[in-house]
Design a protein. Sequence first.
Length: 191
Amino acid sequence: MARWEPGARERLQAAALELFATRGYEQTTAAEIAGAVGLTERTFYRHFADKREVLFLGQQRFDEAFRAGIDAAPADAPPLAVVAAALRAAGEFFPDERRDHSRARQAVIDANPSLQEREQHKLAGLATAIGAALRERGVGEPAATLAAQTGVTVFGIAFAQWIREAETRSLVTIADDVLRELGALVEGVSG
């Protein structure tokens, strides 16, 4: 077994995604994932708590990208401008070379209700964290929660567009476009 080879985590992730896509998430075992890259099941569990975590690895870096955008926003920025800064920072977390991987990952998630639930839980946690960061900046309620939930919704819409076949715009560009569309909708309500 090639346990000592570098990049075991990345190889396990790639093998898992391929197996999930071809065999199905529920039908694929951790042992099969490890075996596909010449590793043991024990090695798999050194890198991942379970096979679901193969798909959700990087959550902390994803959350940190949003937080970095919030922290970089000017102190006097209105709540949605802070959220826009967070979306731009998070968009950089998804460069174009990750698009194919993100498409494949999302297809696996879309095919499995328990993974869909985990993805929704992740996004709900992100909204909670954004709301808390806005409150730390002095944003009151309900503005902090509205802005946080809006930011997560905009991200979800932008991400879904970004992974569409034949899409070439960056995630940042798409998120900016979705925010502009939101602005037009809000103007229609307040006008």
